[in-house]
Design a binder for this molecule. Structure first.
Ligand code: SF4
Ligand code: SF4
Length: 368
């Protein structure tokens, strides 16, 4: 039966390292072999200082690197960020400074290989370094996610899709959170991380996972060989049923992982955690879906006082639904697939998801 280790922790390196090593000893045991290539996959969404809770904390990455070095193996830090260059994130997030003097390689995921994940997606291009790693340590950050409710262990592996292939997959799954959740689970199964250790010390609540979210202290590290067990445990910690998270729901439906697992350690008490607003993306009879999408369903909205017209959103938007002039950006809500990538990539926290008053009223009438 799977086991999840949960320990109180803070970003004080001496104690953090002890806790991290204990979790690794309990989960990885002797699995990391001398001279093996160990890929460490943090959440490196965007350049941001650790106090913003956007990226996995540099001290957790440092503990992972030191653990791998202690085993005589070769640590490699990899990801394919949504915003900004990999190098910029490593520097501005304080990772390079934290790891100074350690023998570690930084290697952005650049090359993909095709993996047959079966129906309905068939072939998916996934970072070759992730699939071929001798050992993979998944280091997600506990954060909310405007499209998928939360980004945890499974969602973190979407970073193994290289560069602009990510928005392409958003576009292919369209206005369908269930389909996107299935895609995430398929990627998780293909990458199959050996260990997942989650940074739940300074988590994120509200309109995550980027600058629109709000840091929230929880003070725990969670570790397991079973990523699904971590995601289930986080739902319990936050007071929601596991199947509120669509990746968990799909896992349960498909019998991919056992719902029963052992938790070693105490769950922290987390009260009034703020989740993003998750109104349905399609509702009502099918013939009126296009009208609904244009006028009623939840949509990205721009706070013009914060927008710097930097272009990140319109360059990334998979549906090419954002245009701009010299003064402001505009959304084409008929084209928009509500993936909320724009909210994720906006470096200035100018975007958030809102439901129209008309939409709320329509849902009340339709009892949705
Ligand atoms: S909304 Fe954000 S990402 Fe888009 S142009 Fe404005 S500041 Fe840049
Ligand atoms: S406008 Fe935003 S939510 Fe809509 S498709 Fe583009 S990135 Fe996704």
């Amino acid at each position: 039966m799977s086991k999840v280790f949960i320990r109180k922790a803070e970003y004080d390196y001496k104690t953090l390292k002890t806790v991290f090593f204990e979790i690794m000893d309990n989960t990885a045991g002797d699995m990391i072999k001398k001279n093996s290539r160990v890929v460490i996959k943090p959440n490196l969404l965007a350049p941001a200082s650790p106090d913003k809770a956007i990226v996995t904390h540099p001290l957790i990455i440092k503990a992972a690197v030191e653990y791998v070095l202690d085993k005589g193996a070769k640590p490699v830090i990899s990801d394919s960020p949504a915003i900004g260059s990999f190098e910029k994130i490593i520097k501005e997030s304080g990772i390079r400074d934290a790891l100074e003097g350690l023998n570690v390689e930084y290697a952005e995921f650049r090359t993909s290989l095709s993996v047959d994940v079966g129906k309905p997606f068939n072939e998916i291009e996934i970072a070759a370094d992730a699939v071929n790693a001798d050992f993979l340590i998944n280091l997600p950050k506990l954060k909310t996610h405007a499209q998928m409710l939360l980004t945890l262990g499974i969602k973190n592996l979407f970073g193994c899709i290289v560069g602009m292939k990510k928005p392409e997959w958003h576009f292919r799954t369209g206005v369908d959170r269930d389909m996107f959740a299935r895609l995430l689970v398929k990627i998780y199964q293909a990458v199959n991380p050996d260990i997942t250790i989650m940074d739940g010390i300074l988590a994120m609540q509200g309109e995550g996972p980027g600058k629109s979210g709000e840091p929230r202290h929880i003070g725990v590290l969670l570790g397991s060989r079973d990523t699904t067990a971590i995601d289930f445990t986080v739902c319990k910690i936050l007071g929601i049923t596991p199947n509120s998270l669509l990746t968990n729901k799909y896992i349960m439906e498909q019998g991919i992982a056992a719902e029963e697992f052992i938790v070693d350690g105490d769950l922290p008490e987390v009260k009034d955690f703020k989740f993003p607003e998750m109104a349905p993306l399609v509702f009502g009879p099918r013939p009126v879906h296009n009208f609904m999408r244009k006028h009623l369903v939840q949509r990205p909205v721009c706070d013009e006082s914060l927008c710097k017209l930097c272009g990140e959103c319109w360059e990334y938007c998979p549906a090419k639904a954002i245009t701009h002039d010299k003064k402001k950006i505009r959304f084409n809500y008929e084209k928009c697939i509500r993936c909320y990538c724009c909210i994720e990539v906006c470096p200035h926290g100018a975007l958030s998801a809102h439901e129209t008053v008309l939409g709320k009223t329509a849902r009340r009438i339709l009892k949705m």
